[in-house]
Design a protein around this ligand. Sequence first.
Ligand code: SF4
Length: 327
Amino acid sequence: MKQEFKQLLAKYPHRKWEIVVFVSPVCNNSCVHCWSYNTYLGKMVALNWYENFFNSLNYKRIDRIKLSGGETTLYPKLSELITLIRRFIPDSVPIDIFTNARSLVPTHRSAQTVEQAKEKILKLIGKNKNICLQMSGDEHHAGSLWRAMNGILKPAITQNEMRKDNQNGLANLKNMVLNFLDACQDISLKNKELKFDFKVKLHCEKGRLKFHRHELYKDISDEIWAKHMICSEGLIKAGNAQNLSNTIQLTANDDWLSFFVFPGATFHLNPMQDKNEIYLDEKGISHYLCGSRLSNSGIVMMGWWNLVQKKYCAVKTSEFLNLLADE
Ligand code: SF4
């Protein structure tokens, strides 16, 4: 695979590359549209794993680093990790942090809750520059929030249950989104040197964006909407969303070349006792992705398409770092 991976790198010399690191394989939500919820994403690893990785990463062709999951804030040293990455990767490369914001932003709306959110967000980003915090704010996250607040950690099964949960969670999620926007705006205005950015991500079912803009978030100004809301319609048919109607098949992404980093994971040719996930190579041979006991192990997978379609296009992190060193 190393050779094929190298050929693919060479095939797209002008593309931008992004690194997507699964810092936390677990999540405290259970969104019905989540592709990562039942996908193996590697293990939570200690900070020294990241020190080795980012210290050796040739960042010259990396345009963006994304910290993802699962839920990133469940990684106990997320703030330290951001600072660590900045030690090795210059400020010119943005670091995006994806979150459901449950541990950062209260669900009630008041001046005090905005202050609480500000305090937590500032603690998270520290003095690090060019950080973009991205919170999910669509109706399926509302349903998931509602279930979590009521101690339910599994996605709704029927369409009726799903719609009911979504509806029940909307008021709390809307409060969170408004608190998040107010808190982030204030941070951004008062700390211009940080170049801090923030987004609310709305990933909706086909035809549902209208509801988000004109009903749920009708009080958000056009200016904030244009600048800080990332909107997309059409849920990808993967993970939990396999059960939803009206989903779309993912196609290869022409704009970015994504490298997905699975810390602590390894591929085997035989199933292991640990949780296994099967990826097929071009000859139809199965490769089993699972956790490794070796402290420096990790896998880098190329492309959304391969990840979601479970196509084997991966190398060990050590091989990936060596391949990039040659660029
Ligand atoms: S989509 Fe929902 S369940 Fe999936 S990782 Fe994000 S918050 Fe967690």
